[in-house]
Design a protein around this ligand. Sequence first.
Ligand code: ADP
Length: 495
Amino acid sequence: MKRTKNDTSRYTGLRAQIFVVLAVFVLVVLAILWVFQLFLLKPMYESIKSSELRVASERIADSTDKADMQSLTDTIAKRGNICISVYEIIGRDAILRANSHIQGSCIIHNVTSDSLMNRLYAGALADTYYTERISENFFVSHTVSGGSTGDVPESIISSRLAKTKAGDTYLIVLNAEIEPVGNTTRTLSVQLGIITGILLIVAAGIAVFISQHISRPIAQMSKEARKLALGSYDVHFDGGTSRETAELGEALNYAARELSALDTMQKELIANISHDLRTPLTMISGYSEVMRDIPGEMTPENMQIIIDETKRLNALVNDILDISTMTGAGRKELACETFSLTDTVRRTLDRYGKLRTHDGYTITFECDREAFIFADRSKILQVVYNLMNNAINYTGEDKVVRIRQITESGMCRIEVTDTGEGIPKEQLPQIWDRYYKVKNYYKRSVTGSGLGLSIVKNILLLHGAEFGVRSEVGQGSTFWFALPEVPPEEAALDP
Ligand code: ADP
């Protein structure tokens, strides 16, 4: 599917996306904080204070037998920031026995109200532990000693009755203020407002920073990629400082280098092919014209030249076809079968060797026994043919080519040896490359296309075969390949 330039314009930029994500994150975090601070702080504080009051009143109730009640209530009051009054109930009177007044504006020490005292006593009588929340409205109807009603904060008050071993009854009254929480909440909400503003500015800053490090290199790389798509290989992908974008840049640089190499290779290939095709064609047309125009030139030698050049042309075209079907998209599947490699080599030799013997070549084949392999017969035949052809083309003055079959350790190995110039060590790895011809080789211009060994390599790789070459300059070369041998008894079973 082709994407036009306009398609991308409907996508949001990276910077905006990062900012939106960060802003949403900041707002969610702040929303949680706001809910906790503004709505849950007071109820939570109240419930904590209530349970503190209960624990404190239980402790005092458990200690009414002790002589020094005042110091106990002082300690508890200080630690919990609560006011405590302990009364002994004698008849209808309540006599103050211990009194700890911590919070200046607490209700139990500031409000003179019999009805409140009676309610606390009645509550304690009915429930073992009585608690009451005092709202601001409470003060409107009560007299507050030493101040206006507005000075007395909201509170929780609790009462409990305790009996001593001696049978005395005590009323324990506690008071904890909860009003300051309201002020705190107001302060917090202002603070949270300021924090929200600061965090949003920070989020925008982070978005700009991140996008500088990510979107800028991406934008640069896409610009370079567009140049590359237009066929310009002089590009550099700068991946910036992030690992991912740096890796992407590296990968794109690598792809650009490979594309450039491929392009060069393709151009060379076309130049080579045209050159190789032109030489025999020139020869054929030249000789044909000579034979047509000049009397007495219609000789068998000239005819032979035309035939040889036609064959060469044919071989070249076949090579090009083979190489294009063996690699890339044209790669064909192997049609494997079990067959006698020995027999295949021998027959090729017979057919091909006969042609060559009257040129003075000696081609020998040594084999220990008949060996079978499981492979694509026509392709292996092509390998043998190509290796043999090279050996004949490049062998020495004695025109000897030796083919050997060695079967050992479950492998069947074919070696093709010639007595030619050999190949310099440093060029050995390249000879398998497409269109590679050994440099300064005196025979190179008159012989092959440089495709033969590349075809051999592709076929053998497709088969998963082992292969290689040993060569000594001035001594000759031995090209070999080895495939797993199928035991003769198994081969006999294969139809
Ligand atoms: P070509 O068709 O040119 O022979 P190949 O791919 O078969 O192409 O071989 C590549 C190059 O390897 C040849 O051009 C030649 O220089 C070198 N080469 C191949 N076989 C031999 C050999 N038996 N002895 C010496 N050089 C060889």
